[in-house]
Design a protein around this ligand. Structure first.
Ligand code: IPE
Ligand code: IPE
Ligand code: MG
Length: 239
């Protein structure tokens, strides 16, 4: 039973905090990186399924600005998985016409990863389907800090009047410039926090947390989240 077949309102923009890979592996007595490998499979299945539901924007949180704190071994394993993912991504999602974009500070990655990120975006740039934002070395605070720095520079150079800065001036300097805010943010792995994900954009997002660990997350779980979203009463501060 697909969410799109039930006359449900389909969110325009969904964000997912893909959490629980490490615990998934630990439960099976496997090293944490194995969980990330299985998580990468879920990433592809869920992206494709969500695009088939008619969602216009999907933002997947893959690596935070704080994840560099992890043991070097795990970070290296994640980088290896990203490399493989980036190789696959040149062909992945082509049939689904999914446009792939990376958000976050890519300058921190190794030069070959940066090249692959740029190439993947270039190959997908004219696609007309869902836009997939992959958040890598992404942090909401870092994103806001960059926007503030740009605004200060523009003010200093006389291009912008500080007293006339609007919310629109801020959002147009975020990685998600021009995109609608997320309507629904799903977090797998059971935690009830944003962990620095889309801090500005999440102002009125509906938050949905599930105990399911990311490698176990299935299309039916997306349906459940969309169903729950349809029961929410979004007031945006009104009555
Ligand atoms: C999410 O899974 C993936 C990344 C943050 C890169 P975790 O690695 O955080 O898994 P848990 O939360 O430790 O189980
Ligand atoms: C959030 O998960 C980051 C990603 C899913 C990429 P974390 O596992 O890093 O978050 P915390 O440490 O539980 O807050
Ligand atoms: Mg985690």
């Amino acid at each position: 039973m697909k969410a799109s077949q039930e006359k449900l309102y389909i969110p325009e923009h969904i964000g997912i905090i893909m959490d629980g890979n490490g615990r998934w592996a630990k439960k099976r007595g496997l090293p944490r990186p194995v969980g990330h490998t299985y998580g990468a499979k879920t990433f592809k299945t869920i992206t494709r399924y969500i695009s088939q539901q008619g969602v216009k924007f999907l933002t997947l949180y893959a690596f935070s600005t704080e994840n560099w704190k992890r043991p070097l071994e795990e970070v290296n394993a994640l980088m290896k998985i990203f490399r493989q993912y980036l190789i696959d991504s040149l062909t992945d999602f082509r049939e689904d016409d999914i446009k792939v974009v990376f958000i976050g500070d890519r300058s921190a990655f190794a030069p070959d990863i940066i090249d692959m990120i740029n190439e993947t975006e270039e190959v997908a740039k004219d696609r007309k389907g869902m836009q997939l934002n992959i958040a890598m070395n992404y942090g909401g605070r870092d994103e806001l800090l960059s926007a503030v720095k740009r605004l200060c520079l523009e003010a200093k150079e006389g291009g912008i009047d500080p007293s006339a800065i609007t919310e629109q001036d801020i959002s147009s300097r975020l990685y998600t410039a021009g995109q609608p805010d997320p309507d629904l943010i799903i977090r797998t792995g059971g935690e009830h926090r944003l962990s620095n994900f889309m801090l500005y954009q999440a102002a009125y997002a509906e938050f949905y947390s599930t105990d399911t660990l990311w490698p176990d997350f299935k299309p039916e779980d997306v349906d459940k989240a969309i169903l729950e979203f349809n029961k929410r009463n979004r007031r945006f501060g009104g009555v």
